[in-house]
Every structure is written in structure tokens, then in C-alpha cells.
Design a protein around this ligand. Structure first.
Ligand SMILES: Nc1ncnc2c1ncn2[C@@H]1O[C@H](COP(=O)(O)OP(=O)(O)OP(=O)(O)O)[C@@H](O)[C@H]1O
Ligand SMILES: [Zn+2]
Length: 465
């Protein structure tokens, strides 16, 4: 398998440290609001990666839930996103976290993203975070300001390794980071923040440095290393995390352990709106519930995401949602015809195996899901494969695509026109007499009346075209 590695800036062959268990950490949601479909695009690509890895290796997949410490600005400015939500909703920070986390998993499951092996909440790992900050302090990487304990990035010479020198010079120009008087370098970041003196926070803990809360970056390092060891095979996230969050994770983890933190950094590009970035903080976002209200099933959104490579930006529009929903419906209808023709029996042959290999090769080429999806379309229409071979291949493809390709479309509750009922009865008699030619002719006649007929174990079922 080849993966584009942000750290090396090219597609690298994936070699796990231990073939008995691949380790992967994915930055999880900050549960102060609904996840938007941009966030969800990132989890869909991570799910494709997880499913592809599992074709060959057992996988330990860890995802965190950030329920404290993610400030309004990724660069340690402003309030904690959780506390902002408390003011907005008049609920406790704990209740907000519980509510949005539960909602997050509902969306995650509805998109058929496979659940991580470990889900780690930041608030349940404060002890590990404090221990990591203490190690950094003992090794001389930290300093104290009036609002917290900071990491001194000038003590870590490889600080800009993930993003390259351009970024650091950009930062020195002061373009993105306002430097407080007490920060030694613009790129320094908080490991532990003190609670404000004049305001009690809802989420705060004792520490050797004073009451406060962890910085967002230390959360991921502490939890990733707790569950996956000092060196992870893969670390994923959205592209926005490269410059600050993941750069900081490397700095603090490698300074603490003296070992390489991550072998493959894999980042997904953004879902954007015509008007720009989709963001929770910016208030311009679409959720899965909004799509549901407009009549789209969640898997139509998964289909839309599979149609674009994870490293290209995807511009969201309702026209593209319409076409994804329609394509998914058509693909399912074709798959269902394949299953009927194969009488529900998959046939594994050299040919079907070759198709599976082509499909796997596409996914293993830096997760080329658009190509894998195109192969599913090619297979259903391929004249050289038998229905049984098609079924064998398509059932395999759906273990990765996870689009419910073989789901029966809902049977319409509208009464059928008399003429269609008559044709269906005639077709049932033809089938009972094994007159397949007549059966097919009658299927066409029914299609002309605007109905698709499918043969299921329960008999003929119709759906309006
Ligand atoms: N528009 C987007 N498209 C794809 N992925 C995104 C987008 N916005 C955020 N992500 C990714 O979603 C994941 C979850 O992010 P998180 O819940 O922390 O959202 P957030 O950064 O608080 O959201 P926002 O930036 O919208 O306020 C991260 O991996 C992040 O990189
Ligand atoms: Zn993270």
C-alpha cells in the first residue's frame, strides 16, 4: 500500500512496524457543536483507510474526543470552545459534551464509518497529560507565563519539519499569530493553562503548576502515546491540523520520548462551500441532519465523498448531492438485478478475484476511492462476468465502499396501476414455467409503464422509476 505522507511530501510505501498490529490515531471531534459535513468528510476518508488496512493487518484505531481545552483560536488565544458553548446554550459544559458526542457517533455510524478500537475522552486523561507536561518540564522544554505553562519551540530544532521552512518564516512575519508579551517565540504554545483568577471554569483540575486545564495539543500526544506507544504507524486528521496542531504534537512528543512520533502523516483536504471554508466556528455549516431534512440519506453523502480523492478539495452543492443520491440509487438497482440474476449465489473465480485485486490496488494507491467506485460501476455493466462473479466482486467492494449496495429499495406504498398488476401476474406465471425469455419481455413491458421490477426471495417487487 502507498500513502501520501505529509512528512516526506510523497507517496510512500506503507510498512507497519509490526504486522500483527497497525497503529493509527485520528484526531476526533471537538464536541461543542454538531459535526458539520466537512468534519464528517475527514472521518469518511479515515474510515476508508481503516477498512483498507484491515484487508491485510489487524488495526488498532484510536480516536479522541476533545471535550475540553480546544480554544477558539488553534494558536492558544481566546476562550475554550466548550465554555463558549455553555454561554450559548445555558447548559453545563459536561452536558454539552455528552450531548454533542452522542450526536457525533450517530452521524458517524449513519455514514458507515467503522468505530475506532479505542475512544478516548480528553477529560478522562488529565493525569496522563500532566505527566507528559512534567516530563517536558524536567527536560527543560517549558516555561511559565502568567496564564500557563508553555512549550519553548526554539528548544526543538526540528519544529518546522512537518510543514517546511516557508511556514516558520511566515510566522516570524507575525502574519497569523499575535504574540503576547510573555511568549518567547511566536510558535510557542500552551501545555497547561491556568483558570482565570476572576472566573471559575466548569472544567478545571489541580496540577503541580496550579488549577487549570490542558492545552489541546498535549491532549492528543498524551492519549495517542498511552494507547499506541511512542511511535505510531499512522496519524490522520484534516489538512488544517498540519501547521499548528500536528506540528505541536510532534514537538512535544518527540522532545519527551526522544523517539520518532509518527511514521506516516495522512491528511484529508477540506470540504468547501462556494463561499469558502465550511466551519463550525465561522457559523457557516451544513450538518447531516440538514441533509436528512432535505430528503437525502446519509450514505448519499458518503457516495459524494467517495467520488473525490481525499487529497483534493471538494466543493459542496445541492446539485452534486442530487447527482450522488441518484447515482447511488441506480447503482443499487443494478446491484440488486445482479443478485437476482445470480439467484443470490456469489461465484468466486479467477475473474472475480482479478476484479477484487484491481479494486484493492486502487484503494492501496493512496486510497483512490473514485477509481474503486468506477470499478464497481464497470463491473455491474461488464458483459464478460457472470452474475455470480459480479456478485462476488461487488459484495467484496461493498466491504470497503460501505454503501449498502445490496439494500432493497423501499417498496412503494402507492397502489400499482391495474395494467402493471396484470403484467406482474403474467410474469409470475412465466417464471413458474421457467420461460425466462417471456419473463424478460414482461419486465421490459413493466418498465415501459414506469416501474422497475426486481426478483427477491419474497417474490417480485416493484419500484417506481
Ligand atoms: N471543512 C472541513 N472539511 C474537512 N475536514 C474538516 C473541515 N473542517 C474541519 N475538518 C476536520 O474535522 C475534524 C474534526 O475537527 P473538530 O471537531 O476539531 O472541528 P473544528 O476544527 O472545531 O471545526 P471548525 O474548524 O469548523 O470550527 C478534524 O480532523 C478537522 O481537521
Ligand atoms: Zn489531535
Amino acid at each position: 500500500m502507498y500513502l501520501y505522507n505529509t512528512a516526506t511530501r510523497h507517496k510512500d510505501e506503507f510498512k507497519p512496524q509490526n504486522e500483527k498490529q497497525v497503529t493509527m490515531y485520528c484526531c476526533g471531534p471537538t464536541v461543542y457543536n454538531y459535526a458539520h459535513i466537512g468534519n464528517l468528510r475527514t472521518y469518511i476518508f479515515e474510515d476508508l483507510l481503516a477498512r483498507t488496512i484491515r484487508l491485510h493487518y489487524p488495526l488498532k484505531h484510536v480516536m479522541n474526543v476533545t471535550d475540553v481545552g480546544h480554544l477558539v483560536s488553534d494558536a492558544d488565544d481566546g476562550e475554550d470552545k466548550m465554555e463558549v458553548a455553555t454561554a450559548r446554550e445555558g447548559k453545563s459544559a459536561w452536558d454539552i459534551a455528552k450531548f454533542y458526542e452522542a450526536k457525533f457517533w450517530q452521524d458517524y455510524d449513519a455514514l458507515h464509518c467503522s468505530r475506532p478500537s479505542v475512544i478516548s475522552r480528553a477529560t478522562e486523561h488529565i493525569k496522563e497529560m500532566i505527566a507528559l507536561v512534567k516530563t517536558l518540564e524536567e527536560k527543560g522544554y517549558t516555561y511559565r507565563t502568567s496564564d500557563g505553562i508553555y512549550y519553548d519551540t526554539s528548544k526543538f530544532p526540528r519544529y518546522d519539519a512537518l510543514v517546511g521552512h516557508a511556514r516558520i518564516s511566515g510566522l516570524q512575519g507575525g502574519a497569523r499569530v499575535e504574540m503576547s508579551d510573555e511568549k518567547r517565540n511566536p510558535t510557542d504554545f500552551a501545555l497547561w493553562k491556568f483558570s482565570p483568577k476572576d472566573k471559575k471554569r466548569q472544567m478545571e483540575w489541580d496540577s503541580p503548576w496550579g488549577v487549570g486545564f490542558p492545552g489541546w495539543h498535549i491532549e492528543c500526544s498524551a492519549m495517542a502515546m498511552k494507547y499506541l506507544g511512542h511511535t505510531l504507524d499512522i496519524h490522520c486528521g484534516g489538512i488544517d491540523h498540519v501547521t499548528i496542531h500536528h506540528t505541536n504534537e510532534i514537538a512535544q512528543s518527540e522532545a519527551a520520548t526522544g523517539e520518532k512520533y509518527v511514521n506516516y502523516w495522512v491528511h484529508g483536504e477540506f470540504l468547501i462551500l462556494r463561499s469558502g471554508k465550511m466551519s463550525k466556528s465561522g457559523g457557516t455549516f451544513v450538518t447531516l441532519d440538514v441533509l436528512r431534512e432535505k430528503g437525502y440519506e446519509p450514505l448519499a453523502y458518503r457516495y459524494l465523498c467517495l467520488g473525490a480523492h481525499y487529497r483534493t478539495q471538494l466543493e459542496f452543492s445541492y446539485e452534486s448531492m442530487d447527482s450522488a443520491a441518484k447515482s447511488l440509487k441506480n447503482l443499487r438497482a443494478l446491484c440488486s438485478q445482479v443478485r437476482t440474476a445470480a439467484q443470490n449465489r456469489a461465484q468466486q473465480t479467477d475473474k472475480s478475484r482479478a476484479w477484487k485485486e484491481k479494486f484493492t490496488a486502487a484503494m492501496e494507491d493512496d486510497l483512490n476511492a473514485p477509481k474503486a467506485l468506477a470499478l464497481a460501476w464497470e463491473a455491474v455493466r461488464n458483459a464478460e462476468l457472470t452474475p455470480g462473479e459480479k456478485l462476488d466482486f461487488l459484495q467484496f467492494a461493498d466491504t470497503i465502499l460501505a454503501l449498502d449496495l445490496f439494500v432493497q429499495p423501499e417498496v412503494s406504498s402507492e397502489p400499482l396501476p391495474e395494467e402493471v398488476t396484470r403484467l406482474l401476474e403474467e410474469r409470475a406465471r412465466a417464471r413458474a414455467a421457467k420461460d425466462w425469455k417471456k419473463s424478460d419481455e414482461l419486465r421490459d413491458a413493466i418498465a415501459q409503464k414506469g416501474y422497475v421490477v426486481k426478483d427477491t426471495p419474497k417474490g417480485q417487487q416493484t419500484e417506481k422509476k
